[in-house]
Design a protein around this ligand. Sequence first.
Ligand code: AMP
Length: 547
Amino acid sequence: MLGLMQSQPLLISGLIEFAERHHGDAEIVSRRVEGDIHRYTYRDSARRARQVANALDSLNLAFGDRVATLAWNGYRHFELYFGVSGSGRVLHTINPRLHLDQIAWITKHAEDQVLCFDLSFLPLVQAVHSRCSSIKHYIAMCDEAAMPKDSGVPNLISYESWIAARPATYAWPNFDENTASSMCYTSGTTGNPKAALYSHRSTTLHAYAAALPDVMCISARDAILPVVPMFHVNAWGIPYSASLTGAKLVFPGPAMDGKSIYELLEAEKVTYAAGVPTVWQMLLTHVKANGLKFSHLKRTVIGGSACPPAMIRAFNDDYGVEVLHAWGMTEMSPLGTLCTLKNKHDTLSDDEKMKIRLKQGRAIYGVDMKIVGETGKELPWDGKTYGDLLVRGPWIVREYFKNEGGDPLVYDKAGAGWFPTGDVGTIDEDGYLQITDRSKDVIKSGGEWISSIDIENIAVAHPAVAMAACIGVAHPKWDERPIVAVVKRPGMDVSAAELIQFYEGKSAKWQIPDDVVFVDAIPLGATGKILKNRLREMLKDYVLPIG
Ligand code: AMP
């Protein structure tokens, strides 16, 4: 017997319609590429999203056609999120930090028809357009007055004139909620990038889940600043969750430095921000150096790579800002776990609470996870046994776009398909996940595993260390031993011996790195993550001192 409830597809257009109707006057504030601050409301945004949909129709784009963006976090990008997906096309957010060859390759692979870009990316578009054969229309996200002269980019039009001529009414089409809505290529370090192809259903369910109190806790009382870029996994779904709840949105545009972010947090009374650890490091450095405080910021979600305990403590103890450590990946839309405490933890001491909060957190309803050993057998949740982390759920990829790379899933005895995350971790009795490493980065020393994340976390807690990255190097007796590459803070000094000494008492003796290598910079990838492969290459002539 079927239930007798209305079946209304979960569509992205429904989110912006809801925001317009119920939170029409809630603000969306953006620092523009032009440098000024732009402010308008969800009502204005919904109207312009409909103009975008009409403008796409005028280009004769078919249902399912891909529309690419090369853009920062801002209101025009936000309108494209809804105008493109809402009208049945697929939004392809391109990471501008990728290599030109990769950008050319993915626009062709995605068969993008249109490319909308912020003017700061004009040089990039000029350099790459001749290799993007599928793109027929180029839209500069600016008004007519700001249009570049003689850009050399074919069929270039300004976003403002493109949409201004279109009606502000549009009947959002109704279609199957499993229809593709947006896509994001993974920042894979080997082989060609692969795309996660999200659906209206997966995006809407993820938006609901992300807003839950034990997840990102987003409400109509919040003012949210997503520093996490809209070109990386839909800014962790924040544009959708904000529309679903009516939260004020504050977009930082291209200015991601500590000073600019701090100014926006204060001026717009931001209660809530989200980003990767490298960005927050810049913010903390600025705040500390200038003796500042946060007047409104209450919470910040930090994820994308392991958040160093020293950062969680600094936010918590020095500034009274709660850090929510999150783990996820492009293939998971991206949220998998978030670290919030349970009722039974109320009576714990601050130190004990902190120990839990340093972990990556508990699974969100909608994400099923398990750790398995080499044979695929599920391992116990004891907080000690580590294994390969597998996940499944309605916002986790089943396969990549165009079935690139074949079937990614591993199947259990019951035939259920699980996505192998490539991460290694432990899960404790209460279901808290702790990521030990990427499986390819874990250091195997004498048959035991050493977590490179643990080693990095200790190093960055030293006051003279700005950044640290740990890799394994070959060792005749132990197979591999860890060494740590360190960037010193400007004007501060520490010797290798002092830093090794710093590990005493903080880690098991055999897990202490054998050496410290000081470097000017640690190679970072397009999403701000440490590129261990590149670091290994950089240190290929390094010889381990064997004592
Ligand atoms: P991406 O798909 O580029 O977002 O990368 C996903 C990967 O980032 C995950 O598989 C993890 O290896 C890593 N990652 C994300 N969040 C965390 C976290 N909180 N702690 C440790 N690693 C993380």
